[in-house]
Design a protein around this ligand. Structure first.
Ligand code: 13P
Ligand code: SF4
Length: 352
């Protein structure tokens, strides 16, 4: 982490309980004096890295991490990215074992796309609440009303079962492009109402039917806190994730996935940014913008994801040591095949 960037972001993050300077990944620092804390932290992290290298070689494993997981977990991963990148990448990797430092639906998607591989989740109980927020009845009623002119578009933040009710998956980085390309005139967008509404605005030629799901972490981001941050930093650009509510998105200069937000900040000529998504993205923002003098701010209540925060370095190591947290092949083979088809279609549409 570099000077300016950290100083800009840390006060707010401290308030929200981020790993503080002087704490370490595996708790080694607790025993160290305050003065040598960062040196010990680095040494501890190097030791963990070395241990992970041995474990990966033993299990023919690769570690993938989402931008929302803890900085120390991102820093030991082989690949870090947004949901789309991780799903796409998981299909191309030569290793037999994929360790997915992310929430359950990410591991499930990796397993659906790679049924012959071993997929491990460091914390299998880390779930995404939004992934369950749609009822079968909603899908059945829309299909009955619109027939063949309806596509059920499923945000990748969904269970295997919900994907199996659907026609195509999307992520926040490709939802607009894919929805625009679909031949059907009516789209039922599940489960996220906020991303669905954003898509509806971007693709006015389609009739988008919304479902009432939402990300509990983005839903509570207050537009007043975004406005306060804008007032405090009048030169900053506001970059927001489309899981935010429409009133928050209306204040944004850029709306995009986690990867989109990071790319935008890196390429932008601006030097100050208000980041309106989960705090985990700060690690990659600082890494990519190191030395560029860019400063990142969050709304006063820094958005966190308690589910992603469950994935710790200790659990990552333990999972690789024991081969634990394996994602099982779904018992319902027919549902799994349909769910896989929705992911395969996403990869095809996104590439076209
Ligand atoms: P993206 O990484 O696609 O932006 O998704 C954000 C998210 O909420 C993942 O759970
Ligand atoms: Fe789910 Fe929201 Fe956490 Fe993403 S940030 S994993 S959508 S709860």
């Amino acid at each position: 982490m570099t000077g300016n960037d950290v100083r800009a972001a840390e006060p707010a993050l401290r308030g929200a309980g981020r790993v503080k300077a002087g704490e370490t990944a595996l708790g080694v620092m607790g025993a160290a004096g305050a003065g040598d804390a960062s040196g010990v932290a680095r040494a501890a992290l190097d030791a963990v890295r070395e241990h992970l290298e041995e474990l990966k070689a033993r299990r023919d494993a690769v570690i993938l991490a989402h931008y929302y997981v803890a900085p120390e977990v991102q820093s030991v991963a082989d690949y870090v990215g947004d949901s789309f990148y991780l799903a796409k990448l998981a299909k191309t990797l030569p290793q037999q074992t994929i360790v997915l430092a992310g929430v359950e639906f990410m591991g499930e998607s990796a397993k659906l796309l790679n049924p012959t591989k071993t997929v491990l989740l460091p914390e299998p109980t880390a779930d995404c609440p939004m992934a369950h927020m749609v009822a079968r009845r909603t899908v059945d009623e829309a299909r009955a009303a619109y027939g063949d002119d309806l596509a059920v578009v499923c945000y990748v933040n969904s269970t295997m079962e919900i994907k199996s009710w659907s026609d195509v998956c999307v992520t926040s980085s490709n939802a607009v492009k894919i929805c625009r390309s679909l031949p059907q005139g009516h789209l039922l967008f599940i489960p996220d109402q906020n991303l669905g509404l954003y898509v509806a605005e971007q693709v006015p030629g389609k009739h988008v039917i919304l479902n009432k799901g939402y990300c509990p972490r983005h839903q509570v981001i207050s537009v007043d806190e975004v406005l306060d941050a804008q007032e405090a930093h009048p030169g900053a650009l506001t970059l927001a994730h489309p899981e935010c509510t429409a009133d928050v998105l209306a204040e944004a200069d850029f709306v995009g996935s986690t990867a989109g937000i990071i790319d935008f900040a890196q390429k932008s000529d601006a030097s100050e940014f208000i980041i309106v998504t989960v705090r985990g993205v700060l690690h990659e923002l600082e890494r990519r913008c190191a030395g560029a003098g860019k400063r990142f701010y969050f709304p006063a209540t820094v958005p966190t994801c308690i589910n992603m925060d469950m994935i710790t370095l200790e659990k990552l190591v333990a999972c690789l040591e024991a081969g634990a947290g394996e994602v099982q092949a779904p018992a319902d083979a027919a549902a799994a095949a349909q769910a896989k088809l929705t992911l395969d279609r996403m990869l095809e549409y996104a590439a076209s």
